[in-house]
Every structure is written in C-alpha cells, then in structure tokens.
Design a binder for this molecule. Structure first.
Ligand SMILES: Cc1cc2nc3c(=O)[nH]c(=O)nc-3n(C[C@H](O)[C@H](O)[C@H](O)COP(=O)(O)OP(=O)(O)OC[C@H]3O[C@@H](n4cnc5c(N)ncnc54)[C@H](O)[C@@H]3O)c2cc1C
Length: 413
C-alpha cells in the first residue's frame, strides 16, 4: 500500500517526511505550480514548532529569523515577555526561541526534504475529486494543467488547507457554532525591520469601546520587510460585518512611525491577503475507513492564536506514523489517529474555545487585553495561549483547569 497525500503545506509534508523516514514509499500532490508562490500567513513559529522542524531534518537558521521578545500592547500600555520555557515536545532539543519564516522558504524546505528522502512529489497537480466505493476511497481524479487522470489510492491523507474542498467532498463538515478565525496580512518594506522582537496589539476595536476578540501583529521577516496582520474570531458580535481591511489600515497608521513602514497597504511588497480558518478541532470526521484529514483541513489550529503551523506539523507527523502502521497491518490502524489527536490538544482547545467566547464580549476582550499588559498577566497568558504548562502549577495552569471544568459542564461548544 502506498499512501497518497493531498497538499504540500506543513501538514502534508510533515506526514510525507515521517513516512519516508520509516521506509514507506509515498506520493504527494500539490496544486501550486511554483514553490515560490507566497501564502497568506504571518509565519510565526513557536519554539515547539521550530523544534519540530529540526526533528524533521530542517536547518531552521536558513529559513527563519529568531525572535527573542514579544511585546503585548494595549491602550497605551506595553508589556515585554519572553517565550515560555518548554517542558513538552522536543524540550531540550534545538531552539528555545520562536522564529519568523517566509512561508515560501518554509514550504520549499519541507518539500525539498520530502523529495530528498524519496517521496514522489508532483507540483501543479490538483486533486479534483475522490472516487469512493462503499465508503472506501479507491482513487483520486487529478489534473495537471490540461491533463486529467485517475490514480488509485488505498490510503489517503487529506491536507489541503483551510478551505479543504477535497475534505468536504469526502464528507467532512465544520461545527458551525464553534469558533473560527479570519485573518488578513500584508508584507511591507520597513526601515526598522532589523529587530529580534515582535508585537501583538490586543486592543482591536470596531468603534470606540467596542473591543473585538482578536489582535494585530507586527513581525520582522528579514532586515528589510515586516509582516503586519490582524485576526478576529467569529465570536465577535455580528462577526461577518467586521471589516478586516479597515482594522489593518488602522493598525498600519499606528505602527507606521515606529516601524518605518508605509501607512498605505497599496505600497505592499505582498498585497493584503487572508482567509477564514477553522480552528479548535471544529472539523469532523478526521479519520475515515481508509483516509485521514490533518492540519487546517481538520481545523487543528489554535482557537486562541489562529496559529496552525505547529499543529499542522505535529498532526502531520502523527498522521505519518499512523499511516505507516496501516501499510504494515490494515487500514483499520488509521482509527488510532482520533485518540492521538485528542490526547495532544483536545483539553486545551476546549478551554481555549471558552476563552474565545468570553473575549467575544467587548468587556471580556478589554479585560483580557488589560490582564495581558501587566507584568503578572503577560507570562501567564503566553503560557496559556501556547499551552506550555508547568508541572509545578501556577496561574496559567489554574486558568486551564478552570476553563476545562467549565467546558465539561457547559454544552460541547
Ligand atoms: C493571514 C494569516 C496569517 C497566519 N499566520 C500564522 C502564523 O503566524 N503562525 C502560524 O502558525 N499559523 C499562521 N496562520 C495559519 C497557518 O497558515 C495554517 O494553519 C497552516 O498553513 C496550516 O498548514 P496546512 O498544511 O494544514 O495547510 P496549508 O499550509 O494551507 O497547505 C495546504 C496545501 O494544499 C494545497 N492544496 C489545496 N487544495 C489542493 C488540491 N485540491 N490538490 C492539491 N493540493 C491542494 C495548497 O496549495 C497548499 O499548499 C495564518 C493564517 C492566515 C490566513
């Protein structure tokens, strides 16, 4: 059995590398023709995500810039924090700081690594629709340019990103009442990009006093450019009416001076682009009789941060391991994926969904922004947001337990 992987983002490539490292021959198809087409992303990787890249055989120094400090900014207050110390995945191996990457470089490096290990990678190849017989995927109809073909597939990984048309064709659906996030980013030239610190602006407002559940960011990408973006959760009142372009313009006005960037998004090196991302395990099912779904296609990104690269890498690796087992036994082995995903982040995502609901009320978002800009609150919020909990306990750990408890008594949402 040779697994077929749809999508050459972090989830698909992490799975492909994992399979190849275990001696399983795999094929990956990616619809983008050129590796250099940039994706709409902030490109911030947590220390844990950076360590996952190292474990997959990548040299992170060549694809990203280390970030030493994080400024949380709201209503004229600014609180600087470092990265929470890790006790979890890959602790003690490689990077202890996060990095900002260009997505072109990251995705290219992952595809190169998969190719080096013997994965058959086909660029410009789009999966059009599954061929299903009695619930089992038997093949995939694909197109490369004008050439359409049908390929047999007895094990499949769907990792086609946030919109996941292929996943939906296989029957995945989003829990409509669970939070999702919408984000928009632009890349601009900057005269002040040679820093190793990033900023999060936690006081996005629709109008005076009408706080939104979300944040703005400024990340230096290289010595000459910065990535500036905004993100808002669907728990905002009348969320579909929130104008992300307007929020981005307001953020640019605020940061133009200190960061030496143009206030006009039209001056961008990479124009304003974004999308809505399902988060917090809101997509079901993620395992079928002979297929798995991982990364944004499965809603694996964090409900709090919208960051999905770490989850895509981590769940891509898990999918690769489970697919390996299935090639050696039977497709039934794929069912192990669901409890593995649950063990990794179900509790944290459940707790995080409650916080995102709270921040959907103007008072809730103000309260959280205020807390995050205190010397006690900032590291607590960082540990909670990144799920870097200490065995010795503390405020973030208590917050996590309380939110988990509330999640158990509240309806599953
Ligand atoms: C504006 C914005 C900013 C963000 N910033 C951050 C951040 O700073 N840090 C972070 O961790 N996360 C961030 N995210 C989220 C992050 O981009 C995603 O969570 C991550 O890319 C998910 O990886 P993936 O492999 O699941 O999907 P993707 O990276 O989307 O990869 C899916 C791949 O599948 C391919 N594909 C799609 N359909 C088909 C098909 N039918 N056939 C073949 N190939 C197909 C696509 O071309 C794509 O390459 C941001 C998202 C947005 C919108």
């Amino acid at each position: 059995m040779r697994p077929l992987i749809i999508g050459g983002g972090p989830a698909g490539t992490a799975a492909a590398i994992t399979l190849a490292e275990r001696g399983v021959s795999a094929r990956l198809i990616e619809r983008r023709v050129h590796r250099s087409s940039e994706k709409a992303c902030g490109g911030l990787l947590t220390p844990r995500a950076a360590r996952l890249l190292v474990s997959l055989g990548l040299e992170i120094e060549s694809i990203g810039r280390p970030i030493d400090s994080i400024d949380l900014v709201a209503r004229g207050r600014r609180q600087r924090v470092g990265w929470p110390t890790s006790t979890g995945v890959g602790a003690g191996v490689g990077s202890t700081s996060g990095i900002v990457v260009s997505r072109t470089r990251l995705d290219s490096a992952l595809l190169d690594r998969a190719g080096e290990l013997g994965v058959e990678v086909e660029l410009g190849c789009e999966a059009l629709e599954p061929i299903v017989d009695r619930g089992f995927v038997r093949g995939v109809r694909t197109a490369n340019g004008d050439v359409e073909s049908t390929e047999a597939a007895d094990l499949l990984l769907v990792a086609d990103g946030a919109n996941s048309t292929f996943g939906r064709a296989l029957g995945t659906t989003r829990r409509q009442d669970w939070p999702s996030v919408s984000a928009l980013r632009v890349v601009l030239e900057s005269t002040s990009a040679d820093r190793r610190g990033i900023e999060f602006h936690l006081d996005l407002e629709r109008g005076p006093g009408d706080g939104l559940p979300g944040f703005g960011w400024v990340f230096p990408v290289d010595d000459n450019t910065v990535n500036v973006g905004v993100q808002v959760a669907s728990t905002a009142r009348d969320a579909t009416a929130v104008n992300l372009h307007l929020l981005l313009e307001r953020l640019l006005e605020r940061i133009a001076g200190p960061w030496g960037v143009s206030e006009d998004p039209a001056d961008a090196v990479e124009r304003a682009e974004g999308t809505r991302t399902p988060v917090g395990d809101s997509i079901v099912p993620v395992a079928g009789p002979n297929f798995l779904v991982a990364g944004d296609a499965a809603g694996h990104a964090s409900p709090l941060t919208g960051g999905g690269i770490e989850a895509a890498l981590r769940l891509g690796i898990e999918a690769g391991e489970v697919l390996t087992a299935a090639t050696r036994t039977a497709p039934d082995a794929l069912q192990a994926f669901v409890p593995r995903v649950r063990a990794i982040h179900a509790d944290h995502h459940k707790a995080a969904r409650q916080i995102v609901r709270l921040s959907g009320r103007p008072l809730g978002s103000r309260l959280l922004a205020m807390l995050a800009t205190t010397s006690w609150g900032a590291p607590t919020m960082m540990r909670f947001a990144l799920a870097e909990f200490r065995a010795t306990g503390g405020a973030a750990e208590t917050l996590h337990s309380v939110a988990k408890l509330l999640g158990r008594v509240a309806p599953e949402a």
